[in-house]
Design a protein around this ligand. Sequence first.
Ligand SMILES: [Zn+2]
Length: 158
Amino acid sequence: MIVFDLSCEDGHRFEAWFRSSSAFEDQSAKGLLMCPHCGSGAVTKAPMAPAVPAKGNARPAVPAKTEPEPEATSQGGALPPAVREAMQKLARLQADTIKQSTWVGSRFAEESRAMHYGEKDAALIHGKADAKEARELLEEGITVAPLLIPFTPPDETN
Ligand SMILES: [Zn+2]
């Protein structure tokens, strides 16, 4: 079976099933087709429905979502460009922060505490804290954040 969109001379559209395409031609030639809406025998295949929504149903145009680029997993461990870019951005941000920040080395915990308890003016500092020190600072309500990008302390560069 095959379905055709048909329309009559008055523009009524309807679907009709035929055993085959030639069955349609045959019935059409014999004048056996009739519009169910108005009874007209002048029935032809309707032009294919256009692939756009009818007026009134139309939704405001929304920009199509761009497909995310496939991740570069097959390039021998190379980072996808988006990740590499994000890392570079992060590294620049960290470098900028460190420029305004004072290296306090192993006095980090001490300095952080002093600022937290108002013994010193608050300032950006970075330095070394071991896991125990960092945990103790956090427990005292002192915010510490690990540097996200590997950083070589100035006193360890040689
Ligand atoms: Zn009709």
